[in-house]
Design a protein around this ligand. Structure first.
Ligand SMILES: Cc1cc2nc3c(=O)[nH]c(=O)nc-3n(C[C@H](O)[C@H](O)[C@H](O)COP(=O)(O)O)c2cc1C
Ligand SMILES: CCCCCCC(=O)C(=O)O
Length: 380
């Protein structure tokens, strides 16, 4: 296995190894991928203002998360169909997250089931005192509410600590690679949270998919596009777990999340896969943080590829961040070991960013530690 020293190294190897079908699905953003690119580019426009002589011999990266302590603020995002990257799929991600003492979120559309992922976490968690089982479940609200309720109940029963309702996907964004080259679900894989045959995995209409991918059709048929805050209230009424909403990009919606009793928000544009031309998440973050004013935790995902990105997100108001594609690249690079390597790199980069910026603990990272780079100031 080639040595890797940063997430970009892992990505490069992964892209060479992944079959075309999986690579298209994982890499794509919607339409012209403006938001996808902005997610990473926006981080480069922010500089870190270091303070010196701050005694950074010891750096404490721990963060409080819904009443528990995570070892670092670098969490694993929910992404679908992970066994297309490596046969271990979501099990590799949960094992990496447990070992690193951080939150793992599981997609509704996973290729390992809620129970399999739960069992993998439970088998590992007692084996080392630093390991943590912090599983959150990402919920898509199906038109069929009994299907949705079944997911909520199984996530609760298996020991998940929170439900994340994804609210930015009434329809699947237009991802041109999936339209141009129809996505094919590998025959040996299934949507593991649903009974065999319950989910339609082959597409009789693949041949006429000039205008919508099979994935998009699945979404249009199955997922409820009529959601409002009443449906978030319905999810809350069905579980005792904290409920977070994922896909918030405006201060107005963040305030509504507070008013509707959400336990947190995830500032996300779905990795640039939904509304193209939506703002990058790091640009959307600060106004949201000001409006929320610490009433509920704020998490962020989208474009995080370096420890310095994590630092910038926390400085601008995030309590922690999630990584999406880096988990997929890591699985393709080297399965479960790849996830461990990827998280090790990000944690070490973040520790170094904190130390070199003069921050001994997460609470030292604040808005005074970042500034806009003049090099990137747009000329209007
Ligand atoms: C291949 C892929 C599948 C995804 N599947 C889901 C999903 O099932 N549910 C969801 O809420 N978000 C999903 N996402 C979005 C991620 O949770 C996350 O918001 C995004 O990947 C973060 O951006 P990043 O990839 O730049 O880190 C997916 C993202 C990718 C790349
Ligand atoms: C099998 C149906 C489509 C899964 C879509 C998951 C997702 O959110 C994504 O961004 O892709």
């Amino acid at each position: 296995m080639s040595r890797v020293s940063c997430i970009a190294d892992i990505e490069k190897i992964a892209l060479d190894k992944l079959p075309r079908n999986a690579r298209n699905y994982y890499t794509s953003g919607s339409q012209d991928m403006i938001t996808l690119h902005e997610n990473q580019d926006s981080f480069d426009r922010i500089q870190i203002r270091p303070r010196v002589l701050m005694d950074v011999e010891k750096v404490d990266m721990t963060v409080k998360v819904l009443g528990e302590t995570a070892a670092s603020p670098i969490f694993v995002a929910a992404s679908a169909l992970q066994k297309m990257a490596d046969p271990i799929g979501e099990i590799g991600g949960i094992r990496g997250a447990v070992r690193h003492g951080v939150v793992h979120s599981l997609s509704s559309i996973s290729t390992a089931s809620i129970e399999e992922v739960g069992d993998a976490a439970k088998a590992l968690v007692g084996t080392d005192p630093s390991f943590r089982d912090m599983r959150w479940f990402q919920l898509y609200i199906y038109k069929d509410r009994s299907k949705t309720l079944n997911l909520i109940q199984r996530a609760t029963k298996s020991g998940c600590k929170a439900i994340i309702v994804t609210v930015d996907t009434p329809y699947l964004g237009r991802r041109l690679p999936d339209i141009r080259e129809p996505f094919e679900m590998p025959a040996h894989l299934s949507l593991a949270n649903f009974k065999t045959g319950e989910e339609k995995l082959t597409d009789d209409e693949n041949t006429d998919s000039e205008n919508a991918s099979w994935l998009a059709k699945y979404f249009t048929e199955e997922i409820d596009a009529s959601l409002t805050w009443d449906d978030v209230a319905w999810v809350k009424s069905q579980t005792t777990l904290p409920v977070l909403v994922k896909g918030v990009l405006s201060a107005e919606d963040a305030v509504l999340a507070v008013q509707n009793g959400c336990s947190g928000i995830i500032v996300s544009n779905h990795g640039g896969r939904q509304l193209d031309s939506a703002p990058s998440t790091i640009d959307a973050l600060y106004p949201i943080a000001k409006a929320v004013n610490k009433r509920i935790p704020i998490y962020l995902d989208g474009g995080i590829r370096r420890g310095t990105d994590v630092f910038k997100a926390i400085a601008l108001g995030a309590d922690a961040i999630f990584v999406g594609r880096p988990v997929l690249w890591a699985l393709a690079y080297d399965g479960e070991n790849g996830v461990n390597v990827m998280l090790d790199i990000l944690v070490e980069e973040f520790r170094m960013a904190m130390a070199l910026a003069g921050c001994r603990s997460i609470k030292d990272i604040n808005i005074d530690r970042v500034m806009k780079s003049s090099k990137y100031t747009p000329k209007l």
